[in-house]
Design a protein around this ligand. Structure first.
Ligand SMILES: [Zn+2]
Length: 94
């Protein structure tokens, strides 16, 4: 196998899909991923606007939760989730 094909295979193997990234996102933000997994997620977020936006939403949700540790405002969560839904549906075209 030529090194060119080998490189391509590595890149394909190392590249996360959006679904995989979103699955790992929570753990990524919690710092629970291995260094290698975290690097893969970070690389995907760098190249994918949708997942990057999603990670921002997660961050805001986590912040909202930490700000009201005993009582999470369901309206804030609902608003952020609705925003995430719009992003997924492509309503926020750039
Ligand atoms: Zn993505």
């Amino acid at each position: 196998m030529s090194s060119l094909v080998g490189d391509l295979m590595n890149r394909l193997r190392g590249r996360l899909t959006c679904a995989e990234t979103l699955e790992l996102l929570q753990q990524y933000l919690d710092g629970e991923l291995s260094a290698e997994e975290a690097r893969q997620v970070a690389r995907h977020l760098d190249s994918c606007t949708m997942c990057e936006t999603e990670s921002e939403i997660y961050r805001e949700i986590k912040l909202a939760i930490s700000l009201s540790a005993t009582e999470t405002d369901p309206e804030v969560i609902a608003r952020l989730e609705a925003f995430g839904e719009r992003v997924r549906n492509g309503d926020l075209a750039e």
